[in-house]
Design a protein. Structure first.
Length: 234
């Protein structure tokens, strides 16, 4: 279920000024009188939600009361998740402990220790799976919230710029590597090789571009060779 902040497409730390701007933008966007007849009913429903959200969040006392309620609900959800996790653990232990207790009487000490080790490993895998699931759900929620917030900023005329992460650089390098491999395959495959040579010889722009790229690659290669060999390569 969406929070009132998500309905107004603002962060939970939004100031009164931001709330006012967000409300004006959304009211203009979803005003029933500005909608097509087939969308009017949905717009009226949306405007009702927006008005209710703004009515609460624009009032300091109501907003504080709502924030406290929201905090309590999240703490309760977290408590329920913890209780569910503990209950799953207990269920798992109740299901397998009797088997291991009975097995202890019929197994040697080495066999029992090996079985106990397998049990602990299964429990660790279960815990890891639940942690990964919770982490993925949290990441998905944060991504949706971030996208909604950026859409709101764009609606106000802001330009959003993202700083590149290591993942972005890695994906870029992989894409470059794939392109290089494809180009090499096309170059060494006789039919496409002749076709590429014809294009190179007949198009001055492509020829200039290829020569520039080739010169850069040659320069980089010569620099690398000179570093490792200590000799200047012409």
């Amino acid at each position: 279920m969406k929070t009132l902040y998500e309905i107004l497409e603002v962060s939970e730390n939004a100031s009164k000024e931001v709330l006012d701007k967000a409300y004006k933008v959304l009211a203009k966007k979803y005003h029933p009188d500005l909608q097509m007849p087939e969308n009017k009913s949905e717009a009226e429903k949306k405007m009702k939600e927006i008005n209710e959200a703004y009515d609460i969040l624009s009032d300091d006392a109501k907003r504080k009361e709502y924030d406290d309620k929201l905090k309590t609900e999240r703490e309760e959800i977290k408590r329920q998740q913890t209780a569910q996790y503990q209950n799953n653990q207990q269920t798992y232990e109740n299901a397998y402990t009797p088997q291991y207790n009975n097995a202890q009487n019929s197994m040697s000490e080495a066999e029992y220790r090996a079985e106990q080790k397998r049990r602990e490993e299964a429990l660790r895998k279960q815990q890891k799976y639940e942690q990964e699931l919770q982490k993925n759900m949290q990441a998905e929620y944060e991504e949706k919230y971030q996208n909604a917030y950026e859409d709101y900023l764009r609606s106000l005329g802001f330009k959003i710029k993202h700083r590149w992460t290591w993942k972005n650089y890695k994906d870029f390098l992989i894409a470059i590597a794939v392109i290089i491999v494809v180009c090499l395959i096309l170059w060494f495959f006789p039919p496409t090789h002749n076709w590429l040579v014809d294009i190179y010889n007949s198009n001055a722009v492509i020829k200039m571009f290829v020569d520039i790229i080739g010169g850069i690659i040659t320069g980089i290669w010569n620099a690398i060779c000179s570093i490792f060999t200590g000799e200047k390569i012409l």
